[in-house]
Design a protein around this ligand. Sequence first.
Ligand SMILES: O=C(O)CC1=CCC(=O)O1
Length: 262
Amino acid sequence: MPHLFLPDLRLHYHDDGPKDGPALVLLHCLGLDGTIWDEVLPLLPKGLRLIRPDMRGHGGSDMPPPPYAMGALIRDVERLLDHLGLREAVVLGLSIGGLVAQGLAVKRLDLVRGLILSNTAHRLGAPSLWEGRIAAVEQGGLAAIAESTMERWFSRPFRAEMRHKPWQDRLLAGSVEGWLGAAQAIAHTDFYDTTSGLRLPTMVIAASEDGSTPPDLVRDLADLIPGSRFHLMRRAGHLPFVEQPAGYAALIDAFLTDIGHI
Ligand SMILES: O=C(O)CC1=CCC(=O)O1
């Protein structure tokens, strides 16, 4: 899989589908990487070019020491899309990936034709909430937050069947430094003012059992962007495409069709 060699960073990404297809860029959440989308990709409409970067500090990308600035996370995606010569992509951002997507659209509207903001908000909790989690991870590593994170990521029935275990293992296999760096970026980001100025086709997805970005918070994000459409998925947590892959893919398909991207 390819890397983009930047002056300060080697960024790993997946680039699937036809090179001349309409582009969908998928940005992952904190603590995981671009492979989170593996199961949903086959359910997406055919013919899309699917770009999945690993955020700095995550997956196969370099792991600079923390903290990371949100501006750096946005610039990494900007430089990747410029490198690939992509314009007018639809950008799907999950959680922190949704913050990056909002920031990218504000900075480089030429790169972004539409947004899918999934389980995210203009601000992902108060700085004090993130300071507490950061302190816990500094002391006890990712194991210190793994169980509480699973409670936010997956619905109770899903966890009762122990189906969250592989995801917990994936979180625990990630880089502590990468998690800390990105968590610090989240703690200092509030995009209320800039996101409320966005005017582009946008779909916002929430999930009923999401403990990280509860539906009301996600709905506030949709309210900020005039004309955006809001969807609440039932029986799913913070990663709804894991618990409801077909329903999630159908939402993406309908949105891309409605805006004429496919
Ligand atoms: O840790 C969580 O609650 C989930 C999360 C927050 C930001 C992100 O990207 O994932």
